[in-house]
Design a protein around this ligand. Sequence first.
Ligand code: PMP
Length: 366
Amino acid sequence: MSRFLSKQFKQLTMYEAGEQLGDRYLKLNANESPYPPSPLIKEVISSSHINQLKRYGDISYQALHEALANQVNLAVENVVLGAGADDVLDLIFRTYFQPGDTLLLPNITYPFYETYANSYGYQVAEMLVDDQLQIELSPYIESDEPCVIVNPNAPSGHFHPVSEIERVVQSNPDRLVIVDEAYIDFGGESVAPLVKKYDNLIVVQTFSKSRNLAGARIGYALAAPSLTEDLKKVRGTINPFYLSELQVLTALASLSDDAYFKQSTSQIMTTRDHFSHQLQAAGFYVLPSLTNFVLVKPRHISANDLYEGLKAQHILVRYYTKPVINDYVRISIGLDHDMTRLFDMMLTLDQENHTSVLASMDRKLA
Ligand code: PMP
């Protein structure tokens, strides 16, 4: 740390993303898609576009605003773009909160929120999930603090129907509700249409998961025009050219290929459901998920040992040390044959552990 670091950042802890250990590993730890992005992207980015990079692009990003508005059935004024959902969340947090403000969050959710709140000096009021890791929304309704609801939640996969979220939004029109829908395209129903009705709701979505574009960094918020106006104003004072033309072209091409989007998301959901059933039939505890990952509690082996055992076999899944979820591993859904390999390996590790525990009990009894 240098002596120049601003006082507010002295206590920083960085967000820990899923490990990146190279191509020799089967990577099922960052909820990335196993499928390539739409093949249209390659067709769209031509050498004339590359030549265009010498100029700044359209500062209003009009074409992409229009395409997105069209996709989600809202107006251009309802859309705010960003370099991934994290960038959009950063913009929202900068725009609406200041040090000392309190944000309501579930104790089990996307860990970036806590990292973020800490780095900016926001307080977090943690709402406890139940023993099925479900979020009870009544404390949100009773509170007047701004809140974040990840729907479906990560890493639990728990989903709230639109009517439940609407009750939170309705409960206090003067409190901001941020709904992070990073995983909404894997079987959930979006609350985005509600932004036409409520001006205290911001919905955040991303191209990273369901559009197979985590590396392209494209995300967006959907909200009432009064909110998007605030966000665009603040953006204009920080980094007005926040998306490259390559990002814009990539996003436009992806949006124009609806068939591919539907096909790859539906394949991931089919694989997820099959993998979950297989694990349940083998005695693993699997939380219901409407996302591209599942949270799994093994039978005999500890979650940490399962994570280590899989890593030794070059399969990466996500293990969190945080109490409540440290009994689980989070597994992103990959290709069918990769999930079969993973399933076999999980069974073997779980069974080996069971056998060795039984053998040591026998030795103790003897
Ligand atoms: N929200 C949630 C719940 C996520 O899991 C993630 C990605 N891990 C993000 C937001 C950020 O997504 P992006 O890649 O678009 O920044």
